[in-house]
Design a protein around this ligand. Structure first.
Ligand code: SF4
Ligand code: MG
Length: 324
């Protein structure tokens, strides 16, 4: 089938002194081959934890308490650590905010790329080096055949993130999880890096989960977007449709925060109020304390997810026959 990744009813809990913190609360979505799915939301909405849970990287005592993850039809959330490590190296690549988390400062770029390639693909040293240089050229490293023998500190932040993208792609993964890949970079290079990520994944047929707090990045790069709020998906659908006609009141607020669409610099914080701490999430809809459309039912009942057009929306306005 065309579905590469299927996440169903994912629940991730962290025990804390104040009780169980439910960081991800029944999140479900599918990702098609070659598709770019954005996960967007404020800090603490559960985006990074969702990404980490998919590839078995939740740090204990945090744990997945429910749900399933299927990759290409096979269940992967119940695999052992060794099998999961193999999937992370070969079938799922990762790009994090800080390129230096992915690169070893003590080794040349050549050593790291060639080692990763040869761990996962049956190539000679010479073939692996040629593949590595080819990838560095593709991500836009000038004089790649020379620069490959440099160390990470000899590259600028933007060039390092290009190297990390090459590293994430070098074993030919089906999926890349990119968590705030441009947040640590100069504004001037951010959209170049998004372009490189998008182009490389398109050319290699790699699907992407793009995690970001920045709706502008989503608008630029994603095919579909899932808007997370307080550990739940508020709305998910094709980016064009969500941007043109957001349905969930929180998503509407997010859309007003895209500077390029409104010519202002309003940020997510311009939505009045703050996201509830996940330990004192209200009963009913978590957005109720900030919502301009709040109804009585919103404070007592969690909204179910309904299909509206090509989107899925969790809001009582869509279930009560209310305004649209
Ligand atoms: Fe607002 Fe109610 Fe919809 Fe929540 S369910 S977003 S409170 S209208
Ligand atoms: Mg994060």
């Amino acid at each position: 089938s065309d579905v590469l990744l299927s996440v169903r009813d994912m629940v991730v809990d962290f025990p804390t002194r104040h009780g169980l913190l439910r960081a991800v609360d029944h999140v479900s979505f599918d990702l098609s081959r070659g598709e770019v799915l954005g996960l967007v939301g404020e800090s603490g909405a559960g985006k990074s934890i969702t990404g980490a849970a998919i590839i078995g990287l939740i740090e204990p005592p945090g744990h997945i308490s429910g749900g399933t993850v299927h990759l290409d039809g096979s269940r992967i959330d119940n695999l052992g650590m060794e099998e999961m490590r193999r999937i992370r190296g070969k079938r799922v690549g990762m790009v994090f905010q800080d390129p230096l988390t992915s690169l070893n400062p003590l080794y040349t770029i050549a050593k790291q790329l060639i080692q990763t390639i040869r761990t996962h693909l049956d190539l000679t040293e010479k073939q692996a080096r040629a593949r590595a240089i080819g990838l560095l050229e593709e991500v836009g490293i000038p004089a790649a055949d020379k620069r490959i023998d440099d160390y990470p500190h000899q590259f600028s932040g933007g060039m390092r993130q290009r190297v990390v993208i090459a590293l994430a792609l070098c074993a030919g993964p089906e999926l890349i999880i990119a968590d705030e890949p441009t947040t640590a970079l100069d504004v001037s290079v951010q959209s170049q890096i998004i372009d490189v990520l998008k182009r490389m994944c398109a050319e290699h047929g790699t699907a992407v989960i793009l995690i970001t707090h920045d709706m502008g990045v989503i608008a630029e790069a994603a095919d579909r977007v899932a808007v997370l709020y307080s550990g739940r998906i508020a709305e998910i659908g094709p980016v064009r449709e969500v941007i043109k006609q957001a349905k969930h009141p929180y998503t509407k607020g997010l859309m007003r925060s895209i500077p390029t669409l409104t010519q202002t610099n309003d940020r997510l914080t311009q939505i009045p109020g703050t996201m509830p701490r996940i330990t004192d999430r209200p009963e009913g809809c978590a957005f109720a304390p900030r919502c301009g459309h709040v109804m009585d039912i919103c404070r007592s009942q969690q909204p179910a997810t309904r299909s509206v057009g090509n989107c899925e929306v969790a809001c009582h306005l869509e279930t009560e026959g209310g305004a649209s």
